[in-house]
Ligand binder design. Structure first.
Ligand code: DQA
Length: 148
């Protein structure tokens, strides 16, 4: 089973960035934790991060040939603004989960609207690093059992 994780803008600065909201772990730390979890579950996981909207669109488009079984995306600030990412997600047909470290529904009003939610199977947010782990577990079930 192959899962792609895409992280959006400013997530490369996790650990240094608003640690009271996003925690002290760097993206590298998080990727390590997620990789170890995936190793135990026999899942191949690949990570991509970009601060550039078009690069994220390009990466999503690569999934059109179904080389991966599922996509987990934390589009960060683009969650709230990007029709281009929404459109790209609508093109690819594999299972998709939107995630956030923070609970976006408990934050500023502008964060409480996700443009990309319409294109995903489900959303996990508010659990910090565990959001990634829960998403991996949910995705592996969806892929195995075909629950969509
Ligand atoms: C975020 C929430 C977004 O509102 C914010 O712009 C981010 C991170 C999260 O993981 O909690 O950059 O996606």
């Amino acid at each position: 089973m192959k899962i792609q994780i895409i992280n959006g803008p400013n997530l490369n600065l996790l650990g240094k960035r608003e640690p009271d909201i996003y925690g002290n772990q760097s993206l590298e730390d998080i990727n390590k934790i997620v990789s170890q979890h995936c190793d135990h579950k026999n899942i191949q996981v690949t990570f991509f991060q970009s601060n550039v909207e078009g690069e994220i669109v390009n990466e999503i488009q690569k999934l059109i040939d179904k080389k991966f079984d599922g996509l987990i995306i934390n589009a960060a600030a683009f969650t709230h603004t990007s029709v281009a990412i929404l459109d790209a997600l609508n093109i690819i047909k594999i299972p998709k989960i939107e995630i956030h470290l923070s609970n976006i529904y408990r934050r500023e009003e502008f964060r409480q609207k996700s443009l990309i939610s319409k294109a995903v199977d489900g959303i996990i947010c508010g659990f910090g690093v565990e959001s990634y782990i829960y998403a991996i577990d949910a995705m592996s079930k969806i892929i195995k059992n075909g629950i969509r």
